[in-house]
Write a protein that binds this ligand. Structure first.
Ligand code: F6P
Length: 515
């Protein structure tokens, strides 16, 4: 994007393949200028400095957040800078480089067919097991990469099973052969019930084909290597990452080893470079030019004005898994009720993030955004250069995205007159919905890396601006604990459930099941 080609006076910013426009937001250039001089800006800069220095930014778990280090080799390549990141007496950058080299070598062995099955033939399939941050990122990357026609063709048929709902596993296994399938067990903690349960099932599936298949098939990505080894994974194929990398921030490292195996190291390293560009942008830009900061400020301004919903619609079907991925990043990070000092917040710390690809969403839920009384901000993503030659399709797609942006903002010109007239007020679209647009030059591993990293920094900035911790998720733990107890009560378990409503629901389940 050539910045000089843009007319001055608009609230637009560019970095690398990304361009944003906030002219239809509540947050305006005046706010940007006053933020630049504010204390909030200073505390955000201090937060970013601490993040990149490896300081403790996750106080409830007494940890730094070192996910950005997973792409630091790309940063080093781009800037020539090398650095250290000392955490608990070890240089995390050394670990990152070692594991990255190890991964790249193993990936090449698999892709070239040198790493073979016990029958001496190349692996043809890969099953990725993991949930939450150990699933959503790799799944998104696979979905996008598969649609990009990358220089290196996919080397393996990949399937995913995250849910302990066996229907997902059944469908995945139907497309796999146990004699030619590698199994990646991705789990930061290596103790997540769903993932370990699914892995146990896969052990049986592999063993049924022959006792020789399991040992060579297993690969693990975790920050608890000893647990993976104890579980039966060969230490040579355990790829470690740091405890300081949060699950929902982990797609840059070993958790995505399956994506490297399927789509190649080159594409994956491009993703890291795109992300490293945004790290550099955040480190070096002043607030008024920093895209994640501006978006976070705008998100905060909307929240302060009662807008607690953010509908995200990429006008590119290749990004259909973007919303589920970002929902975890955004809402697990920002769905908090107290700040770092324990003070109860008086408003939501983030808008609910939801949405689907355009134009599909226009024919589903956009109606509510245009006319209902629910206040929502809207973010539309457009890819400038598509990966096809159908100019007219792209023209229609783009015109719809731009039309929606205008319609949300401007509404119907005579909306007020219409509203005052009960005979025709059903037509009235009041407009004034805050809208922003994001343009990507084209969809590539590089631009995807930049987009996802931008969202990480936007999430962290919105947390920092409200003094909340974006790196813990204590709420998730509650349900896990209750489920563990209830496994004894849910059929065929027999221990009575303590909670009367839960006990009643189990009784009803038994009645409906006819037992
Ligand atoms: O959903 C809660 C969570 O703790 C996420 O933060 C995490 O990404 C997911 O579970 C999976 O955890 P793990 O990678 O440790 O299996």
């Amino acid at each position: 994007m050539n910045e000089t080609a843009l007319k001055p006076g608009f609230l637009s910013r560019s970095v690398g393949p990304l361009h944003i426009n906030l002219d239809r937001q509540l947050y305006g250039e005046g706010h940007v200028q006053s933020f630049q001089l504010s204390e909030a800006n200073q505390s955000l800069s201090a937060f970013n400095q601490k993040l990149f220095e490896g300081g403790v930014v996750n106080p409830t778990e007494n940890r730094p957040a070192s996910h950005w280090a997973l792409r630091s080799t790309a940063h080093t390549e781009q800037t020539g800078q090398s650095a250290q990141l000392m955490i608990n007496g070890r240089d995390e950058l050394v670990l990152v480089r070692q594991v990255q080299n190890h991964m790249e070598a193993f990936v090449e062995e698999v892709r070239s067919g040198r790493y073979t099955t016990p029958d001496g033939v190349p692996y043809e399939n890969l099953l990725h097991l993991g949930i939450g941050g150990s699933d959503l990122g790799p799944r998104l990357l696979n979905d996008v990469f598969a649609k990009l026609e990358l220089a290196e063709a996919p080397a393996l048929n990949i399937q995913f099973a995250a849910n302990v709902d066996f229907h997902e596993m059944k469908a995945a296994l139907a497309a796999l052969n146990p004699k030619t399938t590698l199994v990646v067990i991705a789990s930061k903690s290596f103790s997540t019930r769903e993932t370990l349960h699914n892995a146990q099932h896969i052990f049986k599936w592999l063993d049924a084909a022959g006792p020789q298949y399991r040992a060579k098939a297993l690969v693990a990505a975790t920050c608890k290597p000893s647990k993976a080894v104890e579980f039966g994974v060969d230490p040579q194929r355990v790829f470690e990452f740091s405890e300081s990398v949060g699950g929902r921030y982990s797609l840059w490292g070993p958790v995505s080893i399956g994506i490297r195996m399927v789509h190649g190291n080159a594409a994956f390293n491009e993703l890291l470079k795109g992300a490293a560009l945004i790290d550099q942008h955040v480190r070096e830009s002043e607030a008024s030019q920093c895209i994640p900061t501006l978006l976070a400020m705008s998100d905060l301004y909307n929240l302060e004005h009662g807008v607690a919903s953010l509908m995200l619609s990429p006008y590119d079907s290749r990004l259909s898994l973007l919303s589920p991925y970002l929902q975890q990043l955004w809402m697990e990070s920002l769905g908090k009720g107290v700040d770092k000092n324990g003070k109860v917040l008086n408003k939501p710390a983030c808008p609910i993030l939801w949405g689907d690809v355009g134009t599909n969403g226009q024919h589903a839920f956009f109606q509510m955004l245009h006319q209902s009384r629910i206040a929502s901000s809207v973010e539309l993503i457009v890819v400038v250069h598509p990966n096809h030659d159908e100019v007219q399709s792209h023209q229609v797609l783009l015109s719809h995205a731009l039309a929606q942006s205008e319609a949300f903002s401007v509404g119907r010109l005579n909306a007020e007159t219409e509203l005052n007239n009960p005979e025709i007020n059903f037509r009235s679209c009041p407009g004034k919905r805050p809208v922003q647009m994001v343009f990507l030059d084209s969809l590539t591993p590089y631009s995807l890396g930049a987009l996802l990293c931008m969202w990480e920094h936007r999430t962290a900035a919105l947390a920092a601006l409200q003094n909340i911790n974006p790196f813990d998720q204590w709420g998730v733990e509650l349900g896990k604990g209750i489920a563990e107890q209830l496994e004894q009560s849910v059929p065929p378990g027999h221990a009575p459930a303590e909670n009367p409503v839960t006990a009643h629901l189990i009784e009803h389940f038994l009645y409906q099941a006819g037992t």
